[in-house]
Design a protein around this ligand. Sequence first.
Ligand code: P1T
Length: 373
Amino acid sequence: MRFETKAVRAGYQIDPVTGAIVPPVHQGATFAQEEPGAHKGYPYGRTANPTRALLERAIAELEGGRYGLAFASGLAAEDAIVHLLKPGDHVLCCDDVYGGTYRLFEQVRRHYGLEFSYFDTTSTEIKLQKNTKLIWLESPTNPLLKIADIAAIARQKRDALLVVDNTFATPYLQRPLELGADIIVHSSTKYLSGHGDVIGGLIVTSNAEIYEKLKFLQNAIGAVPGPMDCWLVLRGLKTLALRMRAHSENAQAIAEFLSAHPKVERVYYPGLATHPGHEIAKRQMHGLYSGMLSFELKGDVKKFVQSTKLFTLAENLGTVDSLTTHPATMTHASIPPEERARRGIRENLVRLSVGIEHLQDLIEDLQQALEYA
Ligand code: P1T
């Protein structure tokens, strides 16, 4: 089956009891046992839930992996992966990542004796330390849309595990396991659910040993999503292909529009031929570049973000409606200012999550807001 078909069929399972085509939301905390330990695979709602299991199978199938695991948020999924490590282990992370990921590493996990260092996402050569156990990539990155050559990095990983945060690309545009990654992590809050109505996280791997460890951690730590949230993500997946095409086409046109605008200093979008990672993105993302872009504004950022009418100023991305974010004070505020500056996140950087509205309406909205900026 092709991706579009798989996306519609993933999690499709006619209910044996009622014939329902849409899966029920199994909103239960626990399940009856016939005798102690004799159950249908669902001993307790934290350990396993049928609606969650459907989502876990669906995301594994779409990513081309064997196992999926669902979590209460993207960060809960990330933290489960970090729990695979022991004090003294080292994580080599790309230099442009979501501010919350940086905060988890630097302000939480460093205190538990883990080491973190950062490398330029666009470099194709990495230097592992003896104790490097995880290589952590985002591609495209948040917020500068840097592109990592995932296959090139996978070839150098030795016995470290390669984790790819596939939130910005989604499996419709990029499948990291096929490029050599060991673990994929998602904030399903974003494109996978797609409508801004749920917080969630997902992990996919094909490695049985890693899966068993993560499944143990999922239950032992307990940061699991509720059944209704799983159901919302499952519903979102059905239209993922359509939405990603629409997001990407709109974002490409907006990136080109902004590039030619006198009030715009620089545009970051992998679909622009001038973007440093464009050639890699072209093959790695199958010629579509997602709906995320950032730009540096020559003008008043506050006035700009307050003047858009269709783009809403908010933290989040990947929803059908368009959003603006100011990374320096919002999504990346937990990175210290000097570190942020070193990473190239300037005060005049604006991030757009381009929705699926009519392109012309979006361009007109940006056009009028740029006049106020
Ligand atoms: O918000 P949560 O579901 O916990 O996911 C965290 C996360 C993980 N990875 C990436 C690439 C992300 O962008 C995020 C969350 N990001 C935002 C809320 C944002 O506006 O950038």
